[in-house]
Write a protein that binds this ligand. Structure first.
Ligand SMILES: [Zn+2]
Length: 529
């Protein structure tokens, strides 16, 4: 029971915003304008976690995901790419595909690559493409309402965001019948059936229009609503009652606030509530698809297991800034935290960390976590050829691994292999040297190595071996002022076997190498006196 002092789990807080006994719709969206960095998965994973939480709280809820592929190509970085300049300002779905075997057009290519990740991550919304909604006439009712309310909307833009649109401006972009651009046209004079439009050469900085003028019915895919008005039309069409979003869109006077005001005044309805998630930065920089900063989502998802990707996004509450850099010790730390969350779930399913573990699983109704070997240990195993991970894991567990535990172990091994290849710092990598290395050791260190020989073949447990190594260090006088073993003790072991002063747990290392070989090495480098 809550004492009333502790804040509820973030997802449970949001449940309170939804009225029971009526249908609900959670929405998320993506403009497919280029490769999506890993930060682009934070929104969909948060939305999915909320969708699951709402359902578990007996709410009647759908999860709708729109692909905003009727938006104009306005990306500066794309403009600089070969062959793209002529397509600036065209709808994303009317630009050729970089690879037709992946997607039929530019938008389809990028949307396909991105949303292909969803199913594997357990994110299962209904997908809707804006091109289909516009062309089918599904939004014609909303278009008519917006055009009839253009003056009201113009005043809202001025009031909320201090943006001036010219007298007669209509919040709609017509696709130019001459050049096919949508980002360069200014529409005016709605007569209830058609609008006048002009494709202007200097209307926007990122694209040049052709100068064509005409009149056209702005329905059935001939035009698209501008960003804020399209947002409202989507809320209305799907009956959206909850939508979270990134902080950049949700600031005061920002895009969301404008849309909220338009929805209130034009649709006469309350806009959907939704939390705003904080920035996701990569090495201190905000990730943006246009800048190419950070790892691409498809890259990370190809390497990280799906529950770890979900955990990465959910362990930091949405309202807190998330900093991520896959290099260095990020992954071992993340995996240790993941294991702590699994333990928390076993102890108390409804603890915050337990809930985070559960929401991180691909299945909304997961089996409880089984036995796991620590990621760092798995990475160490991989670096000693004589180690058989399955046998070693069984030894650690004390009984046979279940099928699920074995699968989990294999995934960890694969992940650790990638980590060692791509991201692990040098101190995490080691190799047991075949030949005795030529290393500098003090007389004390040599005495220590000689003394260790007595343990080989007699002590078989890694923990016990570690204790004995501590005791021997004290006996030979390799101690610090406070009486604890000095670093020189274990450094002697690492130097003897790895040729460098650092390595994995020494007790475990000694037990993982063939005893005959260990004795020979200790003979080579140890001294009795
Ligand atoms: Zn044109």
């Amino acid at each position: 029971m809550s004492s009333g002092h502790e804040a509820a789990f973030w997802a449970d807080e949001e449940v309170k915003l939804l009225q029971p006994g009526r249908p609900h719709v959670v929405r998320d969206s993506k403009t497919p304008s280029g490769p999506v960095p890993i930060s682009g998965l934070r929104g969909p994973i948060i939305s999915d976690a909320l969708f699951r939480t709402f359902k578990e709280n007996a709410l009647d809820v759908r999860f709708v995901y729109t692909i905003d592929d009727y938006d104009p190509m306005d990306s500066q970085s794309m403009k600089e790419r070969a062959g793209m300049a002529e397509h600036m300002g065209k709808p994303l779905c009317m630009i050729p595909s970089p690879d037709p075997s992946v997607g039929t057009d530019f938008a389809d290519y990028h949307a396909t690559r991105f949303i292909a990740l969803f199913a594997g991550l357990g994110i299962t919304p209904e997908f809707h493409r804006m091109r289909d909604l516009y062309r089918s006439g599904a939004l014609d009712k909303q278009i008519d309402l917006v055009l009839r309310s253009a003056e009201t909307i113009r005043a809202i833009h001025k009031r909320v965001a201090n943006v001036d649109h010219p007298q007669g401006w209509l919040p709609i972009a017509v696709i130019c019948e001459n050049c096919g651009r949508i980002g360069t046209t200014l529409a005016t004079d709605y007569d209830g059936t058609t609008v006048a439009y002009e494709c202007r050469r200097d209307y926007v900085e990122w694209a040049e229009g052709c100068g064509h003028k005409g009149r056209i019915a702005p329905f059935k895919g001939n035009a698209k609503l501008l960003w804020n008005e399209q947002w409202c039309a989507q809320w209305d069409h799907f009956g959206v009652t909850y939508e979270e979003g990134g902080k950049d869109l949700l600031t005061a006077g920002g895009s969301r606030e404008r849309s909220n005001e338009i929805y209130r005044e034009v649709w006469k309805r309350e806009p959907p509530p939704g939390l705003q998630h904080e920035f996701f930065t990569f090495g201190g920089k905000k990730m943006a698809s246009s800048k190419g900063i950070g790892a691409e989502a498809v890259e990370i998802v190809a390497i990280y297991p799906p529950e770890v990707v979900r955990f990465l996004m959910l362990r930091t509450p949405p309202k807190r800034h998330l900093e991520f850099d896959p290099a260095g010790l990020t992954l071992p730390r993340l995996m240790d935290e993941y294991d702590r969350a699994a333990d928390a779930y076993r102890e108390d399913e409804v603890s915050d960390l337990g809930k985070t573990w559960r929401l991180s699983q691909v299945s909304p109704t997961p089996d409880p976590p089984g036995f796991r070997v620590r990621f760092t240990t798995v990475a160490n195993w991989l670096q000693i050829p004589s180690i058989k991970p399955e046998a070693e894991a069984e030894k650690e567990k004390g009984t046979r691994l279940s099928d699920a535990e074995l699968r989990q172990l294999h995934r960890r091994l694969e992940l650790a292999r990638s980590w060692l290849e791509r991201w692990a710092p040098d101190e995490a990598k080691f190799e047991v040297l075949e030949a005795t290395p030529d290393v500098d050791l003090t007389p004390q260190q040599r005495r220590y190595l000689f003394a260790i020989k007595a343990l080989i073949g007699t002590v078989h447990d890694a923990g016990e071996m570690q204790n004995q190594l501590y005791e021997l260090a004290k006996q030979v006088g390799l101690v610090k002022a406070d009486g604890t073993p000095s670093q020189d003790a274990f450094a002697a072991i690492y130097l003897a076997f790895l040729g460098k002063p650092k390595g994995p747990r020494a007790g475990w290392l000694l037990l993982s190498i063939d005893p005959e070989r260990v004795r020979r090495r200790l003979d080579d480098l140890g001294r009795a006196t």
